[in-house]
Design a protein around this ligand. Structure first.
Ligand SMILES: Nc1ncnc2c1ncn2[C@@H]1O[C@H](COP(=O)(O)OP(=O)(O)OP(=O)(O)O)[C@@H](O)[C@H]1O
Ligand SMILES: [Mg+2]
Length: 317
């Protein structure tokens, strides 16, 4: 079966500014894909094109088989969108706003009523259905945003930074809500937050400066990008000499150490992949008469991988 979301060679210019370039990806039914990238990477731009709010300069986007330009209305019927800033009407009640959103989407009154009851329940807004949106906390407003996104029972949810700017407890609850919704929807969510991706997503797309630089499961991404082995060693010995010896060990690519003024320092060693340098390093330390205080292999965190991907010049994954 074709992907639920199909994005092909999308490019978007704002005037002369190239915001995204040749972005292609596919999301299959039921997948939860994380769209990860630093500020200005092009996440929102891509999402606005997929949701039909912005025309691409070139390339195509289709949802549920409907092109966002040629068959915009049909495509949008399958999409629920939580924008970066939800245009909520602060003087409406939660219920009133949802009813209004249902009406402008052309849902019939009976269905609107039934769906409002459902989404108020699933988004845990029961205590606030008659509250003015303007009086809700940021976290609850975000839930109203999610409630409007799922109101018309779309197949695909596009959530632009769903947990940004809300307090930690609400973040946990919002993630739980997204996890629930993921059971019955195909989801694309954008975020800066790496643990969020590991927690929620089955696949990650990393975007940087308008280009997709990597695509994989969070776990595979961590494995695949680990081009180097890293070792952290605490040594008691004269720093300059220790550095010199470590750097000369075969297979060592780089040694880093922030001096702390004493002769007891932590050295971070990068070695060629597949090379366990622990025996060689420990022997070198001992044979020079220094003390080996600690030695451990360090695996790269998703944070470091992300930084590597979005700052490194030689990206070849
Ligand atoms: N309407 C616009 N006119 C001109 N430039 C824009 C416009 N919207 C976005 N840009 C630029 O396009 C680039 C991509 O922006 P976009 O909002 O898609 O990034 P983003 O990944 O969502 O960033 P953030 O994490 O800050 O939300 C940025 O350099 C931004 O300044
Ligand atoms: Mg954005």
């Amino acid at each position: 079966m074709a992907g639920m979301v199909e994005v092909k060679h999308l490019t978007k210019y704002y005037g002369n500014f190239l915001a995204i370039e040749n972005v292609s990806f596919e999301v299959k039914k039921g997948e939860i894909v994380g769209f990860l990238g630093p500020n200005g990477a092009g996440k929102t731009t891509t999402m606005r094109i997929i949701t039909g709010f912005l025309p691409p300069s070139s390339g195509t986007a289709a949802v549920a088989g409907y092109d966002l330009v040629d068959k915009s209305r049909q495509a949008r019927a399958h999409i629920g969108y939580l924008p970066e800033t939800v245009p909520l009407y602060t003087d409406m009640t939660v219920e009133g706003y949802l009813s209004f959103m249902g009406t402008i989407r052309g849902m019939n009154p009976k269905r609107i009523k039934a769906r409002i009851a459902d989404v108020i329940d699933s988004c845990r807004l029961g205590d606030y259905r008659k509250s003015d949106i303007g009086k809700l906390s940021k976290g609850f407003r975000q839930r109203v945003g999610i409630a409007q996104a799922v109101l018309h029972e779309p197949d695909v949810l596009i959530l632009d930074e769903p947990t940004i700017g809300i307090d930690p407890i609400q973040v946990v609850e919002t993630r739980a809500l997204i996890k629930d919704l993921a059971g019955t929807h195909t989801v694309i969510l954008s975020t800066h937050i790496l643990p969020e991706v590991s927690m929620l997503c089955s696949r990650v797309l990393i975007i940087n400066e308008g280009l997709i630089v990597a695509e994989d499961t969070p776990k595979e991404l961590a494995n695949r990008l680990q081009g180097v082995e890293r070792l952290e060693v605490e040594i008691q010995g004269p720093r300059i000499e220790v550095m010199g010896v470590l750097e000369k060990i075969r297979g060592v690519l780089e040694v880093a150490c922030s001096p702390n003024g004493s002769d007891q320092n932590v050295y971070k060693i990068q070695a060629r992949r597949g090379l366990d340098l622990r025996p060689t390093v420990s022997r070198a330390v001992i044979s020079n008469g220094w003390s080996l205080l600690n030695l451990q292999l360090v695996s790269m965190s998703l944070e470091e991988i992300f930084l590597k991907l979005t700052t490194s010049e030689e990206i070849n994954v």
